[in-house]
Design a protein around this ligand. Structure first.
Ligand code: HEC
Length: 160
């Protein structure tokens, strides 16, 4: 965990260091930055249907994990229900009916945990923004909580 965040920090530093507009300086001592640039592009090259963010792979189980469904429903009621219905009707954001068929599980979790980047860079998220005209707020949902909500969405879509 700690190691991962170090890599993320290192990667972020390198991305900023490589941002356009920076004058190109001849690098004499390239050994350290060269070695560390490797994970950064790889981390960004993800299947676009999975969205952008930390969530790269989700394992779904059948039958549903009922503990998660229950926790997910509580989170929905506290943090999401003001804007999302469980039907296909739009409130502030789209209704959740069918969302697990429309979207990959990774995309859903990245949308929930990394909404600002998704709205700025993911084509599908941007289409929704054009439709809804309101930015979904970042509510600091943890990856674990997002996973629980995903399970609740699966249950709402009739999966057993
Ligand atoms: C203040 C209103 C608001 C709240 C609260 C909110 N959302 Fe959203 N959500 C939106 C809007 C609006 C969109 C459409 C994208 C946009 O315009 O930002 C959206 C889009 C989504 C999508 C994509 C839906 C689709 O059809 O592809 C998911 C998934 C989602 N939200 C999950 C959540 C979860 C989970 C929570 C609670 C933790 C939550 N949202 C809380 C407003 C909200």
């Amino acid at each position: 965990m700690k190691k991962t965040s170090l890599i993320v920090v290192a990667a972020a530093t390198i991305i900023f260091a490589c941002s356009p507009g920076k004058p190109q300086v001849a690098q004499e001592d390239t050994s350290i930055p060269q070695a560390e640039t490797v994970p950064a592009p790889a981390a960004n090259q993800q299947d676009p249907r999975k969205g952008l963010g930390e969530v790269k792979h989700v394992t779904l189980k059948t039958p549903l994990e009922q503990d998660r469904v229950r926790r997910g429903e509580e989170i929905y009621e506290m943090k999401c229900g003001a804007c999302h219905k469980l039907t296909d009707e739009r409130l502030v954001g789209p209704g959740w009916k069918g969302v697990t068929q429309r979207r990959h599980p990774e995309w859903i979790m990245n949308m929930v945990t990394n909404v600002d980047v998704m709205l700025d860079q993911d084509a599908e998220a941007q289409k929704l923004l054009e439709l809804c005209l309101t930015r979904m707020p970042n509510q600091n949902v943890s990856i674990g909580d997002a996973r629980d909500v995903l399970e609740f969405m699966r249950s709402n879509d009739g999966q057993k």
